[in-house]
Design a protein around this ligand. Structure first.
Ligand SMILES: Nc1nc2c(ncn2[C@@H]2O[C@H](COP(=O)(O)OP(=O)(O)OP(=O)(O)O)[C@@H](O)[C@H]2O)c(=O)[nH]1
Ligand SMILES: [Mg+2]
Length: 354
């Protein structure tokens, strides 16, 4: 399961944002309450909707992401040592930044730098502690694995001391492996969400302007988007027809929810493949570059074990053909082996034994 942590300074709209994307209502999730909230979000995908129209299955299953809303300021949390274990489990972080209220956005850059620095300091403490241990161990007994780890951690320490987050460091694959287990916070992909004031709700260029202002353009593993939490929160409570009128009154064309969720997904370098049939149409999550054999393992270990071939068709070819039978007769269905790299949007059927 994909997990994404929502962090930020206090009273910036983290819980508001959490409620919007998880569509969680009710008093248990009151804004301003100091609890951690956990919610599941299904990844909107127009392709899956279309496939469902084609196959009319009993069930349509979207890919899921779990979001975790942390209370108060991430700076206080990390200093108190609470929640850092929770945050380390996350595959990515969402940093909600306040751009509403008096002088909206005047503190963006400072707020971003302050939070980033705290992540960096927290990682530095972990790296230094381990380095100390490691240097002692290596004196007693040299081993290539320890040397590898030592070298990778020294690289981390050097970057962190220059206030460079680890997501911006290019690790070689063996260094990446040595570092992975530390689940460093500043290494996690980061989605910045600018929480806009109501009067800026319709501004579609806000994210770009914000990114440029805060020096976030072209940073590795970093994405920036803008929403107006207040307006979106009210939208989430309305019926579709009411929502249309409400959006029109603010000059907004579409709700930001789908956009934000898809950004999280892209940020992580993830793709979807689909399985289709009369019983179920389903989207599955896969790392970019994963093979057909790995895809089979996402579904079931039995299918992976008995893997014979994957029958693959692209989404476009299937839609153009109008159905699986037609796609097959047009020669659009390919048989691929274990090593085949699955592409985003492909419909895959596994032939397996057992
Ligand atoms: N004007 C305006 N107010 C907002 C917006 N988003 C959130 N707020 C308000 O800001 C206050 C804090 O919102 P929360 O979502 O509780 O913020 P938080 O970051 O979860 O707060 P803590 O968990 O206490 O740190 C609430 O009163 C919200 O109604 C926004 O886009 N515009
Ligand atoms: Mg909150």
């Amino acid at each position: 399961m994909l997990k994404i942590g929502i962090v930020g300074l206090s009273q910036v709209g983290k819980t508001t944002f959490f409620r919007i994307i998880t569509r969680a209502h009710g008093t248990g999730l009151g804004a301003g309450r100091p609890e951690t909230h956990i919610g599941m979000v299904s990844v909107p995908d127009a392709r899956l909707e279309r496939l469902s129209e084609m196959f009319r299955p009993q069930k349509t299953v979207h890919a899921n992401i779990e979001y975790v809303d942390t209370p108060s300021s991430v700076i206080d949390l990390l200093r108190a040592g609470s929640q850092s274990a929770t945050l380390r489990e996350m595959q990515a972080l969402v940093h909600v930044v306040r751009a509403f209220g008096e002088e909206p956005g005047s503190n963006l850059q400072a707020d971003i730098e302050n939070v980033e620095l705290e992540l960096i300091l927290s990682d530095l403490a972990v790296a230094e502690k381990r380095l100390e241990r490691l240097e002692k161990d290596i004196k007693k007994q040299k081993s290539p694995a320890l040397e590898q780890e030592l070298h990778a951690l020294q690289m981390c320490k050097a970057a962190l001391e220059k206030q460079k987050p680890l997501r911006e460091v290019d690790f070689a694959p063996e260094q990446e492996r040595a570092v992975r287990g530390f689940t460093f916070l500043s290494q996690k992909p980061m989605l910045y969400i600018l929480n806009l004031d109501e009067k800026d709700a319709a501004r579609t260029d806000a994210a770009e302007e914000f990114a440029a202002k805060a020096g976030l353009t072209h940073r590795p593993k970093t994405m920036v988007t803008a929403v107006c939490g207040k307006v979106e929160a009210e939208l989430a409570e309305l019926s579709d027809a009411e929502a249309q009128d409400f959006m029109a009154s603010f000059g907004i064309r579409e709700s930001a929810i789908a956009r934000v969720i898809r950004s999280s997904y892209q940020l992580l370098g993830l793709i979807s493949f689909f399985t289709v049939g009369e019983d179920e149409c389903r989207a599955w999550t896969l790392r970019l570059g994963a093979t057909a054999w790995e895809a089979a393992g996402e579904i079931h270990s039995d299918i992976q074990r008995g893997f014979i071939r994957a029958e693959v068709v692209s989404y476009e070819d299937l839609i153009a053909a109008g159905g699986l039978v037609e796609a097959r007769s047009r020669g659009r269905l390919r048989l691929e082996g274990k090593e085949y790299v699955v592409k985003d949007g492909e419909i895959v059927h596994f032939r397996h034994s057992g």
